[in-house]
Design a protein around this ligand. Structure first.
Ligand code: HPA
Length: 272
């Protein structure tokens, strides 16, 4: 089956089970899944129950779609995302983004946990993505281009539109949530970086580093789908402090700031 047929098949399976027609798609990062609890009368669709969808195996990722109204707007939320380091191909990671687009979303919002590279950042800070650097060594658009989704060559200079970022900044100000802004650099993981890699990334212009988001943003940009993305800075990157990095700490800081980030994303959803 080709990509469009697989998307159709999965879309049909979803529509047999839920009537919600989402306007906004949200992908939730490590330890940040509480936003989905704000959805009223949620419908749950585990990835494993849908044809063509891969399961998420990462800790802190439930692995299901949650659909329903959030702040009065119909949304589809991915509670748990797919990562390259789990062994998923970039195309498999892009699939649910394409699916949400076929469901009718007009905007994609992403959250992730990331290590802070910018020396002005502290654990617990929230960073709005202004741009990204792809050092994953892979790209979901490699291979035959699906013209029905987008053009072979596409612009990335407006992938994170300024108007959406301004809306997020206004909402953050109203909620009294300090908001940083910067460039997210993606690696494949699963190891945290070496201190030498972090020094290189800083000199390349990166403010934060993580292991996700870029594949989904590339798939969205290919389809002309506007993106708003937030990093929760869960730790200072390797070598910046005399401490050993751990996945548990990433989840712990995520959980401690999940409410603030959820409040911010809900406010943005109500506004766009
Ligand atoms: N590096 C890469 N990914 C991450 C980090 C980090 O320091 N923290 C959370 N995700």
């Amino acid at each position: 089956m080709d990509l469009m047929q697989r998307l159709d098949e999965t879309l049909r399976a979803m529509r047999e089970r839920v009537a919600v027609r989402p306007q906004i798609g949200v992908i939730l990062g490590s330890g940040l899944s509480t936003l989905a609890e704000r959805i009223e009368k949620p419908c749950f669709l585990p990835y494993g129950e849908l044809p063509n969808m891969k399961r998420s195996t990462a800790p802190g990722h439930e692995g299901r779609f949650v659909l329903g109204p959030l702040a009065g707007v119909p949304v589809v939320c991915m509670q748990g995302r797919l990562h390259r380091y789990e062994g998923h191909s970039m195309e498999e990671i892009a699939f649910p983004v394409r699916l949400m687009r076929q469901m009718g979303i007009k905007t994609l919002i992403l959250t992730n946990a990331a290590g802070g590279i910018n020396e002005g950042f502290r654990p617990g800070d929230i960073m709005l993505l202004r741009d990204h650097i792809n050092l994953m060594g892979a790209n979901p658009l490699i291979g035959p281009n699906e013209e029905a989704l987008g053009e072979r060559f596409f612009d990335m200079s407006r992938a994170y539109p300024e108007a959406l970022r301004n809306t997020a900044k206004r909402c953050a100000q109203e909620l009294d949530i300090p908001l940083k802004e910067g460039v997210y650099l993606a690696t494949s993981g699963p190891n945290f970086e070496t201190p030498a890699e972090i020094r290189m990334m800083r000199s390349l212009g990166a403010d934060a580093v993580g292991m996700s988001t870029v594949p989904e943003v590339l798939a969205a940009a290919h389809m002309g789908l506007p993106v708003l993305a937030f990093s929760l800075i869960s730790n200072l990157a390797a070598g910046m402090k005399n401490e050993v990095l751990s996945g548990e700490d990433v989840i712990r800081v995520g959980l401690s700031r999940a409410e603030a980030l959820s409040a911010l994303v809900s406010a943005v959803i109500a506004r766009i």
